[in-house]
Design a protein around this ligand. Structure first.
Ligand code: NAI
Length: 391
């Protein structure tokens, strides 16, 4: 295994910025690379600002100052030359396959013979990104959660071609990146499947939400009554959250899962129409709620009695069992731990271990009623065999 000293962060937007900061704090020589000079300057300024705050709180390493840490930070707009002495490239460029494949090839054509290319893609196949670069064994995934310095989870993904050496090196680098809130948690993802672990476990809840959304619209049930069904246990109830994230983001993700996993993920009628009309939520001022006067405060006193939180847990448990069946993980604990570390929400297995029979029945009834075949309980869930498997 080559010792990693020089780390290149490619694409210095929201995610690259955070990755750059934690890489510098870990002591790596970091080169920030972006094709847009303003993005580069903003990232360097933001990182320095973040480090200064930590310095003021005494949270930098012994004898270190923001200025001393920043001496290890370089900037470039030219990947081909900047990659010449990089040991690892962590890429956070825009989510476009052609761009990712292109920068992967440039890395392999111009970097040292040992350089590793790690992609932070949320949705794309790592195998596909690395396929034509000339050294697919040195390509892997490193999937961070936003904001990188605060969310402790990093999923490290093995593609169909990633060598053990590349995977182990990426795991090592990930473990060294500090997290400002507790310990870093690294989830090894042993197979390159859509959504990896955290996003995948939660993705099929979208099938249920689409069903409920269309049903509520057709029956004149207001969104706030469905939000009230959650009884205030979530920091943001589902329709406020959907607006906050942006309807376009979940729409694109749903289409991706419809193409890669099952047509049942296809976005519902109401969401599709809203996206086409540009009602994207917070960012456009109108989504399920009106955001023109700030964050909506739905009246939580009247419930629709429509949203079943146990069914949501059942859907997530089923998907977690599928991840075990597919060999993405070797046991269930990593799924629960990654959920907590990546989304601050408990994974499905804690409750699922004792409730799988009830959850299986709920899922079967829902499939019967809704026709959403993808949500049929898989073998591992239906038989409860996961309970006796290695954690
Ligand atoms: P962003 O839009 O904030 O930043 C992308 C940056 O890439 C921009 O500065 C842009 O100038 C730069 N860029 C575009 N083409 C480039 C090229 N050929 N070479 C160098 N730089 C280039 O995007 P964001 O949100 O930081 O996302 C980046 C990646 O991280 C995407 O793949 C996204 O799916 C993934 N991701 C995003 C998360 C999020 O919460 N935003 C969470 C986890 C992963």
């Amino acid at each position: 295994m080559v010792e990693i000293k020089n780390l290149l962060v490619l694409g210095t937007g929201l995610m690259g910025n955070g990755i750059g900061q934690v890489a510098l704090m870990a002591g790596y020589n970091v080169t920030l690379v972006d094709i847009v000079e303003e993005a580069l300057n903003k990232a360097a300024a933001d990182i320095e600002g973040g480090l200064k705050k930590l310095e003021a709180k005494g949270k930098l390493g012994e004898g270190e100052t923001a200025a001393s840490v920043m001496t290890k930070c370089a900037k470039s707009t030219d990947l081909a030359s900047a990659v010449k002495n990089a040991d690892i490239v962590i890429e956070a460029v825009i989510e476009k396959l052609s761009v990712k494949k292109d920068v992967c090839k440039t890395t392999m054509n111009n970097g040292p013979a040992h350089v590793i290319f790690a992609s932070n893609t949320s949705t794309m196949s790592i195998t596909e990104i690395g396929k034509d670069c000339g050294a697919p064994e040195r390509v892997c995934g490193m999937h961070f959660f936003n904001p990188v310095p605060l969310m402790s989870c990093i999923e490290v993904i093995k593609s169909a071609d990633t060598s053990d050496d590349t995977f182990n090196t990426a795991m090592d680098v990930a473990k060294k990146l500090p997290c400002l809130r507790g310990k870093r948690y690294i989830a090894p993802v042993l197979k390159d499947r859509p959504g990896f672990i955290v996003n995948r476990v939660n993705a099929p809840v979208g099938i249920y939400r689409s069903y409920i959304t269309d049903y509520a619209y057709e029956n004149g049930i207001p969104w706030e009554q469905i939000d009230a069904d959650t009884g205030g246990i979530m920091p943001m109830p589902p329709y406020v959250l959907a607006d906050y994230v942006g309807l376009d983001t979940s729409y694109h993700a749903a289409n991706y899962y419809a193409e890669t996993l099952h047509p049942d993920f296809t976005p519902g009628k109401v969401t599709t129409r809203m996206v086409k009309e540009g009602k994207l939520g917070r960012k456009t001022g109108q989504g399920y709620y009106d955001w023109s006067k700030g964050r909506p405060e739905p009246d939580m006193s009247k419930k629709a009695g429509l949203l079943d939180l146990e069914l949501i847990m059942a859907i997530r448990l089923n998907e977690g069992c599928r991840l075990i069946e597919e060999g993405v993980v070797t046991g269930w604990k990593v799924i629960d731990d990654a959920n907590m570390a990546g989304m601050n929400t408990p994974g499905p297995f804690g409750a699922g271990k004792n409730n799988w029979e009830k959850y299986t029945k709920k899922l079967e009834e829902f499939v019967e009623k809704s026709g959403r075949e993808y949500l049929k309980p898989c073998e591992l869930m239906r038989t409860g065999k996961f309970v006796n498997m290695k954690k």
